[in-house]
Every structure is written in C-alpha cells, then in structure tokens.
Ligand binder design. Structure first.
Ligand code: DQA
Length: 144
C-alpha cells in the first residue's frame, strides 16, 4: 500500500493567473484564487498540507517540480501540456504521485490540444469539469 500523502503541490501553468476574465465561455468564471481557496478548505478538513504555484515560465515550473518535498502533484500545465518535454521530464523524475488536470475538455477543442506531452508522466488525467477537475484530482490523491 502507498504511504498516505501529507502534502500536495498544485501547479498551474501560463495564463492561469488570468482565470475569471480569460475566455470565460471556455474556462468559466472561477478565478484561480477561488479554486485555490476551495482546495485549501478541503485540504484543511483532512489535515493535508497544500501549496500553490502558478507560473508563466516553463523553467520555473521545472525548477519547482525538482525542488518540492510534496508527496503528490496536481498540475495543469496549460499550454505547456501540448509543447513541453522539459516539464514532462521533470514530472517523470518526481518520485510521488501526479494527476494532470484541465478545466476544459481538451479533446473537444482544437486538434493541437488533443495531444498531451505531459500526461504520460501522470497517473491519470481529469479534464473537462472546470474547477471540479481539481477537486476530483484531490480525491484521487487523498483516497477519498
Ligand atoms: C487548459 C487547456 C489548454 O489547452 C490551454 O492551453 C490552457 C488551459 C485547461 O485547463 O483547460 O491554458 O489546460
């Protein structure tokens, strides 16, 4: 049996800081802060430590993955999903559990979004459920 995860790192990639005003017809009206607040509340209820990191810079995301002491990562690599071998490799080097998430259903969108370079490094992907994608990923990592 896997050890219980004590700490989760939530990573959001480029433009995720603009949620709320960014293409609300696709991404909804939740801000990143409001999603983080929901996750923090859920983590608090189960005594889980949770950290949040958003960056528009690929190398900063690679550095953060390489430095974390978290037991699990929830990552929305955003546009880097479709382009970044560097983030894929850093996820592959991470020793804990990983769930990739997307707000939108990337398979119902433009063809260039159908391919995820990062997903193969994750245990699974939750996509298409808006903010609930993140909450479902938390359920997976906490076993609830
Ligand atoms: C996204 C989907 C990506 O294709 C896009 O580049 C994003 C957000 C999502 O959460 O739906 O920035 O990862």
């Amino acid at each position: 049996m896997q050890d219980k995860i004590k700490k989760i790192l939530v990573i959001n990639g480029p433009n995720m800081n603009l949620l709320g005003s960014r293409e609300p017809g696709i991404y909804g009206s939740d801000t990143l802060e409001s999603i983080n607040v929901k996750m923090k509340k859920k983590a608090g209820e189960t005594g889980l430590d949770i950290e949040f990191f958003q960056s528009n810079h690929e190398g900063d995301i690679v550095d953060r993955i390489g430095q974390t002491d978290a037991g699990g990562i929830i990552i929305n690599p955003a546009a880097f999903t479709h382009t970044s071998i560097a983030i894929r490799d850093s996820l592959s080097a991470f020793k804990g559990r990983i769930v990739e998430v997307h707000l939108s259903n990337i398979f119902a969108r433009e063809e260039f979004r159908h391919r995820s370079l990062t997903a193969a490094a994750a245990e699974g992907v939750v996509c298409g459920f808006g903010a609930a994608s993140y909450m479902l990923a938390m359920d997976v990592l906490t076993g609830s």
